[in-house]
Design a binder for this molecule. Structure first.
Ligand SMILES: Nc1ncnc2c1ncn2[C@@H]1O[C@H](COP(=O)(O)OP(=O)(O)OP(=O)(O)O)[C@@H](O)[C@H]1O
Ligand SMILES: [Mg+2]
Length: 637
């Protein structure tokens, strides 16, 4: 044990700083990647057993699997002295530290780090963390083999969670690794995490998207690469380069919030509408207590309703790192266009002031402190923007729905074929108008379902003539000239409307008959299939029949009949309970002439058995039962 490295920390310090030890592997890795970004790395390589649990857990007993996660960056690294001064000090604000500052030294990146606690994140998922970092100025020294070389001085130390998180403030001296003090040819940092809790690494594609969503930054000199340590080189899906987080946007729905810099003057901010013109009713930021807080980025509707939570709503970034995600800026439910906004609104907003001078980012870094006064002002601005986009995008969304419907249904041809005569022009026009109205307010998922589109077309064809008739009647009521010709027009349209209605009924019935034809020959048909069918279409048995649909009516009938039977015969009669699906007679139908007929439905090719026949007539009414319908054929089970 050496006292070369020293860390002073306690559980109390950790609690006071509000350090939340993340429990998600991707969030932990994101912190380490952020540190690489701040260190001006152009490449961060993450190697992990993708899609795997890092430890096993049986009967609450945790067993480490010997896995490792490595995060390696080619940034400026740290010398042993810097490790002591910056890395091992917990809670030291880097932006106000004159040695490090607000911007990275090479690329002048606005640094993501702020609180000096991110490095502790891995202890949310593992027990051990090894750090090998080479940095500082290029100097002469000895390399690993003891040869004199020019390069970067290396710090090598191992942190142990159980020793760090003691209850009292204490000095902790991490173990020193064997590369400590050697010279290495390139600067950079390698972090190796081992001894894991029961946590899972996401599958490589999920991991890639999660990191892409968290950073939202893409630039030519910055890249994160993921490697699946379980796969050998050259196999498919072994590596992934984290790309920009892409979302397909619906045409003509995007509002861009831009920063414009002219020379050395102060930047200006403006909102650009989908038409490319500057918007006057939206600003790229807001005023609060006399200060302007800029917000840049974009908001739009996504082409598809979102499928994963990562892209839901507006992602809000502070210095390129995600700070919050909000669907609707905490707006209360029940506003116009809410459904669309909730399912389609997406955006990427950058608010680099979020963590200074007041820190609006929650200590667990999962959301913004919306209740803060500045947070409230931001929220109000966001809600306003969301509402405006809602009203602005209604047009494009409707247009898209109509296009989808037109393509899927070929409605123009269908209407032209249904109402072909030159005199039916008004009907055609009205039907198309109806089509537009209905299609535009139909959801995209429904328009992608051929059965739904078909049903919609039928409805439209049915409604067209009725609407035309209605309009003609209104016209007639206001028109004074030539009433006879108006009436002729009305009668013609009425007839078409009537025929369209009949046509629809006939069409539906033919469909049902076709289904029966199929079902009756199929030995695998179940009784229930027939039951369903006859329930929908009792006219299959008798054109005058209609189903008694409410159980209430049936149970009253049952009760009254049992009472009546007892009164007449003195015997108890227990009829099957209609409301119990297992005991239900297959069908009870009533026709208009006071007769109740109970039908027993059997599956195709079923021969009637004796026991079934016996069950058919358990109710023998006395021959002279005057108030019962004389031809009552009661078939019960
Ligand atoms: N990969 C790295 N390369 C070089 N220096 C690093 C690296 N990781 C951490 N450091 C140094 O250690 C310091 C502490 O890191 P830590 O993540 O704890 O805090 P931070 O990044 O300053 O702030 P935050 O808590 O917001 O992440 C950093 O400010 C930086 O000086
Ligand atoms: Mg950090």
């Amino acid at each position: 044990m050496s006292n070369k490295y020293k860390m002073t920390i306690s559980r109390l310090t950790v609690d006071k700083l509000g350090v939340k030890l993340y429990d998600k592997v991707s969030a932990v890795i994101a912190e380490l990647v952020a540190n690489g970004y701040d260190a001006d790395a152009t490449k961060v390589e993450v190697s992990a057993p993708m899609g795997e649990f890092l430890a096993t857990k049986t009967k609450k007993k945790l067993k480490d699997k010997g896995c490792a996660i490595e995060v390696k960056d080619n940034g400026i690294g740290m010398t042993p002295e810097e490790v002591n001064d910056f890395y091992l000090v917990v809670g030291k604000e880097r932006r106000t530290d004159p040695k490090r500052g607000d911007r990275s030294p090479i690329y002048a990146r606005k640094v993501m780090g702020r609180k000096g606690v991110g490095k502790l994140a891995p202890f949310g998922v593992c027990q051990k963390m090894e750090i090998i970092s080479s940095g500082g100025k290029k100097i002469f020294g000895k390399d690993e083999g003891g040869k004199r070389k020019k390069g970067y001085l290396t710090a090598h130390l191992i942190l142990d969670k159980s020793k760090i998180l003691k209850d009292t403030d204490h000095a902790y001296f991490p173990d020193v690794g064997k590369l400590d003090g050697v010279i290495r040819p390139k600067p950079g940092t390698l972090l190796k995490l081992t001894m894991f809790d029961h946590r899972k690494v996401p599958a490589i594609d999920v991991f890639e998207r999660q990191l892409a969503q968290r950073f939202g930054v893409s630039s030519p000199n910055w890249g994160v690469m993921l490697t699946d340590s379980l796969k050998i080189a050259g196999t498919q899906d072994r590596t992934r380069v984290v790309g920009a987080f892409t979302i397909a946007k619906m045409d003509n729905t995007e509002i861009r919030l831009e920063e414009v810099r002219k020379g050395r003057g102060k930047p200006t901010y403006s909102a650009i509408g989908p038409d490319g013109k500057r918007m006057t009713d939206i600003t790229a930021g807001f005023q609060y207590e006399g200060v302007f807080y800029p917000v840049t980025g974009w908001m739009a509707y996504s082409k598809q309703p979102y499928r994963d939570d990562l892209m839901a709503g507006a992602r809000i970034y502070c210095r390129g790192k995600i700070a919050a995600q909000t669907h609707i800026f905490n707006m209360k439910a029940g506003f116009t266009g809410e459904y669309d906004i909730r399912s389609y609104l997406v955006g990427e907003l950058h608010a680099d002031w979020l963590d200074e001078p007041d820190d609006l980012i929650r200590t667990d870094r999962r959301d913004i402190l919306w209740s803060h006064e500045l947070g409230q002002a931001f929220e109000a601005w966001g809600q306003d923007l969301v509402k405006k986009i809602g009203s602005m995008t209604r047009g494009p969304k409707r247009k898209r729905a109509w296009q989808l419907f037109e393509e899927a249904s070929e409605i123009s041809e269908v209407v032209a074929k249904a109402y072909p005569s030159p005199t039916q022009r008004a009907i055609r026009d009205n039907t198309m108008e109806m089509a537009k109205l209905l299609a535009q307010s139909t959801r995209e998922e429904e328009l992608q379902d051929p059965a739904h589109v078909h049903a919609l077309v039928n409805l439209i064809l049915l409604l067209g003539p009725h609407i035309t008739l209605d309009r003609k009647l209104r016209e007639a009521a206001t028109s004074t000239d030539n009433p006879l010709s108006v009436i002729t027009g009305i009668l013609k349209t009425a007839r078409i409307a009537e025929l369209a209605g009949f046509g629809k009924i006939a069409d539906d019935r033919v469909k049902v008959i076709k289904t029966v034809e199929q079902l009756k020959d199929d030995r695998s048909t179940l009784e229930s299939a027939f039951q369903d069918l006859i329930e929908q279409a009792p006219w299959l048995i008798n054109p005058q029949w209609s189903p008694i649909t409410t159980n209430q009516a049936l149970s009253t009938l049952k009760k009254e009949f049992q009472k009546f039977y007892k009164l007449r015969t003195g015997n108890e009669l227990v009829l099957a309970d209609f409301s119990d699906p297992k005991k239900q007679p297959d069908f009870v139908l009533s026709s208009q002439d006071n007769v109740i007929q109970i039908i027993e439905i059997k599956k195709p090719h079923h021969g009637l058995r004796n026991d079934e026949m016996e069950r058919i007539m358990p109710i023998r009414l006395p021959p002279k039962t005057p108030s019962l319908p004389h031809d009552a054929a009661c078939i019960a089970r």
